[in-house]
Design a protein around this ligand. Structure first.
Ligand SMILES: [Zn+2]
Ligand SMILES: [Zn+2]
Length: 358
């Protein structure tokens, strides 16, 4: 069968690969839609990107790439269960599912407390799921049933929306809060939608691409700023006298500092971006203003986490609190995956979230 693999920076191919057989405890899913994630684009840009990996300074040396490449791509998956292995009780053939791809060893100190997204097993590794293909086989525990009200097209967004909702949760947002979001890609837009659903009082968004500013406004932003025209920090200060919470969703040195300086003293900045390189910040922006800089990685989901962000994303899609339509800018067939990666990387492109329909 055909599946998309990364062979190196700028080198994405549709490879002819073996179908994985179903074994005990696993299910096969016929994939309907798989979203192209910012992290997929990031790896297409720079090569395999590790999770945490503090010991190797957050990048895998090129000499070790052989271990990871070719790397199967695509993890924002929705489809229908087509086969189940032995000892699978919770899902059956024909069930509509979306996949919670969190890696968990069930053994480390983080898994023991339900923080599967921080599992040590993930450290230094890469996310390697084969979502840009017409079929995948996964542990049955990863297959999360999709509520009837949610289309599979929207269900493919449960993963990125879970990431955004985790950021909102990490911010401890309150209904009286004014917020700023830097970067209106799919994660930033999910933060806008999630913060609006959580009752944020006023939402400012800074984003250079016009199509993304429009989507932000449609999803609940009150103020949209083009940072190539206006000084985002000045605009936000004028509008809000500094925000109570800001979200860094662009992954650049400028947006990180802007997020800090737009935030009121004593308040919180949440970083959701994966940065492509080390960036300088002035620690005095944290210390002298008593600001908190908080990380938000992935999302919670799994057996010990009944209040997971993944499940919440599906609930919000089901009850209409989040309508992701403004960020969905099309579906493409498998063969057009690489061309679409190229277009998404083009700063003049109007594309936001694109789904591959294998
Ligand atoms: Zn993703
Ligand atoms: Zn673990």
């Amino acid at each position: 069968m055909d599946a998309v693999y990364l062979h190196g920076p700028g080198d994405l191919r549709v490879d002819d690969v073996d179908r994985h057989p179903v074994s005990a405890g696993t299910v096969a899913v016929d994939i309907e839609y798989t979203g192209i994630c910012g992290s997929d684009l990031h790896e297409y840009e720079v090569g395999p990107v590790p999770i945490r990996a503090e010991t190797i300074d957050h990048s895998i040396p090129e000499s070790d790439w052989d271990e990871y490449l070719p790397k199967p791509m695509g993890h924002e998956i929705a489809g229908t269960v087509s086969e189940v292995g032995d000892n699978v009780d919770d899902v059956g053939v024909g069930d509509r599912v979306t996949l919670n791809m969190v890696i968990a060893c069930d053994d480390c100190r983080y898994c023991a407390t339900g923080k599967y997204h921080l599992c040590e097993q993930g450290d230094g590794g890469v996310v390697a799921s084969r979502g840009f293909a017409d079929r995948t086989v996964v542990p049955a525990s990863m297959a999360v049933p999709v509520p009837d009200e949610v289309s599979l097209r929207h269900a493919a967004l449960a993963e990125p929306l879970g990431v955004s909702l985790r950021g909102v949760r990490r911010s401890s947002l309150e209904p009286t809060d004014r917020i700023a979001v830097f970067g209106a890609g799919p994660i930033g837009l999910g933060v806008v939608a999630g913060a609006a659903a959580a009752g944020a009082r006023e939402i400012c968004v800074s984003e250079p691409r016009a199509a993304r500013r429009e989507a932000a406004a449609a999803l609940g932003a009150d103020v949209v700023i083009d940072p190539t025209v206006d000084d985002a920090v000045e605009e936000i200060r004028r509008e809000t006298d500094r925000v109570d919470v800001s979200f860094e969703c662009a992954g650049t040195a400028a947006t990180l500092t802007d997020a800090l300086r737009s935030t009121a003293y004593g308040e919180r900045v949440v970083v959701l971006s994966v940065f492509e390189e080390e960036v300088p910040i002035h620690p005095n922006d944290i210390m002298q203003a008593e600001r908190e800089l908080v990380g938000s990685f992935g999302f919670q989901g799994g057996p010990l986490v009944p209040r997971s962000e993944f499940a919440t994303a599906l609930d919000y899609l089901a009850d209409g609190r989040i309508d992701p339509e403004p960020m969905l800018t099309g579906t493409v067939p498998l063969e057009e995956t690489e061309a679409t990666f190229e277009r998404l990387g083009d700063p003049d492109s109007d594309l936001i979230k694109v789904l591959v329909e294998p």
